[in-house]
Design a protein around this ligand. Structure first.
Ligand code: PRX
Length: 665
């Protein structure tokens, strides 16, 4: 059955309930709602005891912890603070001598379809060798390493190798610009950069190393002593003598055996940058112990991973989803997983379905934006519809990164999951480390478009501006009332911003503010996320700060006087970026306007990365402002959507600009 085009546009609320089949319930790790409720009750009764139990069950400690939660310096919470462990040993060494040792850890499919497999034992050796190579370059425990790599086994190895020697990694998504790399390298104080000469995406060879060169040449990155280059393709790259080494050179003569370094549970495993409501991205700092606990436990619970499963999370390692559900969670759980280098539309939009069939994927985890674009493709070309492939290996589907509209949910359920596979709509954020609200495949009755209920121990609530709980049916702010082990520890180098952003005084300074709006259903108390309540957009499941894009636009000082950025709904990307721009020259029209709009789009793509490229650019002689000079963003949001203006515009200095700003280029 093929969906009608309206299937991806509508945001209707779907009230049908899809309970798990008896068979699924019977086989699941968390079997039935009673089992879920028992865990919730355990966490309620003995909060610390519950987390301590899970920490002992999920993590191999080199020194057992005696403390569980330390809230003496809240909101800088500590978990298992006197315990010690190594994250890489928790993913690899733990499996040696078990039946997992010779199991396939990663099935890698390259952009061109070539497949490589590694077992857990082989992966451990590669990580050990790479870790020794890092040590040989002088990288020590506590040093920061920036990783700018394509989706490859080597990317996972690089992260694991850092963890093995106690170095803190900071992965930058391969689609970010030189400027973004430079800013992050400076902020995190990287001593070494791991990159590739090129990455292959959609049949094209795209540069990475030259972007690193450009970033480091911008200045301020003097802490970087070494650049390691993975030669993904045979195309030559430019070597900076005394700084750059190929992987082959760095690995030569290195032993595969590298004892894992024990670190404190609170030791920063990684810093991952994400957008906030100011111009500067935030370095979200995660711990080792608490993070590993929840990464593994959620991989096992949410995806119900069993011995024979083939798991595939399509996220890039440059995002939190790739950290938790590619590099750490599935490996700690001993799963076999698929890692994919390419894009879902190459060589055609049937690639995902073809790969599911080819590798007999049983648990598939992707983003609504990918699903919506594949619905569109299947609607216009029957040959790439999932019905053309054998998807009978699938047993669980997952969704992450943005709200999934009920129509896309239904299409995914019917056409990919054959009406047999539960869909886990997982709500969480970079700052959460791992899943927060999600159905459990063998327990939770599903309602399309709802992420359903919090995981046991996650004290999620919907509150008003004063922090008071709201009844079901009332929309409010999503908060987490108690700390949890995999939570953000601080913003790298900016503890004040950490407190202000996530634990605002208005809510008492102890409650985590997610930055999303939510509402619970009247009947079941199920959560539905209504979108960000701050100046953060969600474009194709990627977070973008409006201020970040505005800063990039006004940085084009020869052209731009002022800019304001808002989001508007988009049927494929969820939200699209719409920029209102005042130029330092008369307002352009017609072809000139189109030309300048293109110039500005390309500029933003260069400044931040292609994901930040504004879809719409509109020009005005001014922006709509209140008398006190504040930009009326609500008005801009209406204009972006093409809605009639119903707001009070009496305070506007020049109402005629509204007509100008309503025009698209
Ligand atoms: O707005 C929410 C949305 O994505 C934001 C977090 O983005 P990021 O830190 O990049 O992490 C994305 C992957 C975990 C949230 O504040 N979001 C994420 N998952 C969902 C979601 N919105 C609705 N439903 C979801 N399942």
């Amino acid at each position: 059955m093929s969906a009608s085009p309206s299937a991806i546009e509508s945001v209707l609320i779907e009230n049908r309930v899809f309970p798990p089949s008896e068979e699924t319930v019977k086989a699941a790790r968390i079997s039935g709602m009673e089992a879920y409720e028992a865990l919730c009750a355990e966490a309620e009764r003995d909060f610390e005891g519950y987390w301590a139990r899970l920490a002992r069950e999920n993590v191999i400690w080199t020194k057992p912890f005696t403390q569980v939660l330390d809230d003496s310096n809240a909101p800088f919470y500590k978990w298992f603070a006197d315990g010690e462990l190594n994250a890489s040993a928790n993913c690899l060494d733990r499996h040696m001598g078990t039946e997992v040792e010779h199991k396939t850890a990663i099935i890698f499919e390259a952009d061109d379809g070539a497949v490589t497999r590694v077992t857990y034992r082989e992966l451990l050796k590669r990580v050990g060798r790479f870790a020794n190579a890092l040590k040989a370059q002088g990288v020590k425990k506590g040093d920061r390493v920036l990783i700018y790599m394509p989706m490859t086994i080597e990317g996972v190895v690089a992260m694991q190798a850092c963890a093995r020697i106690g170095a803190t990694h900071s992965v930058v998504f391969g689609g970010f610009s030189a400027k973004a790399v430079q800013e992050r390298a400076i902020d995190v104080g990287a001593v070494l950069v791991i990159t590739a000469n090129y990455q292959m995406r959609g049949g094209k060879e795209l540069p990475l190393k030259s972007i690193v060169d450009e970033a480091l040449a911008m200045g301020g990155c003097e802490s970087v002593r070494t650049v390691l280059v993975y030669e993904r393709t045979s195309t030559p790259w430019n070597r900076v003598q005394g700084r750059d080494l190929s992987f082959a050179e760095a690995l030569e003569g290195q032993d595969a055996d590298c004892p894992p370094v024990s670190v404190n549970a609170e030791h920063p495993l990684f810093v991952l940058y994400t957008s906030g409501s100011t111009g500067k991205p935030k370095g979200v700092q995660h711990s080792t112990g608490g993070y590993m606990l929840w990464a593994r436990q959620t991989a096992l619970w949410t995806f119900d991973l069993q011995d024979k499963d083939v798991f595939w999370c399509t996220a890039d390692i440059g995002w939190i989803t790739g950290h938790t559900y590619v590099t750490y969670g599935p490996l700690a759980a001993g799963a076999t997983q698929v890692v994919f280098e390419g894009v879902p539309t190459y060589p055609n939009a049937g690639r995902f379905w073809q790969m599911i069939e080819r590798h007999k994927v049983s648990v598939f985890y992707t983003a609504p934006t990918a699903i919506r674009s594949l619905i569109k493709a299947a609607d216009s070309d029957d040959k790439v519809h999932p019905k053309n492939w054998d998807l009978s290996s699938l047993r669980i589907l997952g969704s992450v990164g943005e709200p999934i509209n009920p129509e896309a949910w239904m299409w995914y359920y019917k056409n990919v999951g054959g009406e047999r596979c539960p869909i886990v709509d997982t709500f969480w954020q970079t700052e959460n480390g791992a899943h927060v609200i999600t159905p459990l495949p063998g327990a939770t009755p599903l309602v399309p478009g709802s992420c359903t209920l919090p995981l046991p121990g996650m004290a999620v609530a919907v509150v008003d501006e004063t922090g008071h709980d709201l009844p079901n049916g009332a929309g409010g702010m999503l908060v987490i009332k108690r700390p949890w082990p995999s939570m953000i520890r601080t913003i790298w180098g900016d503890p004040e911003r950490f407190k202000k952003s996530y634990f605002p005084e208005e809510l008492g300074g102890r409650i985590y503010l997610a930055g999303d709006g939510a509402v619970r259903s009247e009947d079941r108390g199920y959560f539905r996320i209504t979108g960000r309540i701050d100046d953060v957009l969600n474009v194709s499941g990627h977070r973008m700060g409006t201020m970040e894009i505005e800063s990039a636009l006004v940085a084009k000082t020869d052209l731009v006087a002022e800019a304001a950025v808002v989001g508007r709904p988009d049927d494929v990307t969820g939200e699209a970026i719409c920029a209102f721009v005042v130029l330092k020259r008369p307002r352009p029209e017609g072809e000139e306007a189109q030309q300048i709009a293109k110039e500005l789009r390309d500029w933003v793509a260069r400044e931040i990365g292609p994901i930040a490229r504004p879809k719409d650019i509109r020009f005005g002689e001014n922006l709509p402002k209140t008398r006190s000079g504040k930009i009326m963003r609500r008005l801009l949001r209406s204009l972006a959507k093409g809605e009639a203006i119903t707001q009070d515009t009496s305070t506007l200095e020049n109402p005629a600009i509204l007509d100008q700003l309503a025009q698209t280029n």
